[in-house]
Design a protein around this ligand. Sequence first.
Ligand SMILES: [Zn+2]
Length: 258
Amino acid sequence: MPPSPAQYLLRFDDLCPTVSASRWRQCVALIREFRLEPILAVVPDNGDPELCVSPPDPGFWDHLRALQAAGAVIALHGYRHLCLSRGHSLLSLHPQSEFAGVPLAVQQDWVRHGLAILRVHGLNPRLWVAPRHGFDDATLEALRAEGILLLSDGLALRPFLRNGLIWIPQQLWAPVERPSSLWTICLHPNTISDAELAALRAFLNRNAERFTSVDRALAAFPPTPLTLAERFQTRLSLWRIRASKARKVRREQEPSGP
Ligand SMILES: [Zn+2]
């Protein structure tokens, strides 16, 4: 049985010097107020215009170093965040990705350069977070070769071992109360709304003591390969997410009423 009560990890995606300054400031205020130790997924050399929301912040890297010193764990979030490949991902939640389907040598180059950029800025990237959940066996090989043995993704209910890496699952895109297990909540500061920030604050007020860190989560849930039943559960969760996305697309395509 998974340990109870539930534990939560927070993950902030798409961080780069042009992240929405006002929204990110509000997220950081919550990190500091509740002494959280989140995963910060950083794009090393952003080329994605969708992530250019505010003018480049000259203090961005200093600021990330301070958050890292306060317990945040830095993740390599792709290389340029340009999702131009249609290769098959191990998770297949989106049709396009930056890494899945790209030749191994190119992926190795991107991982190596991405890590080097983050390290030049004084950061210690420990995890991989794939843009749009897109990665394949070659990505995992490139990560292993560079000594990155942790990733944040997958729909299991605990950290697990697969293909020589430790996967820390990420199953939620908003705070939701759960009875047990480990839940990573992924948030996007560029698009988070006032209502979503208020919901996060309310959730933190109720559950602050249940928020954990990457290291404490790995100690509480020692990673082992998933059992057959757990693999079935992850397939079912993936199917449910895909079905719910398909329903949403259908609703958006329906003509509006008279
Ligand atoms: Zn992203």
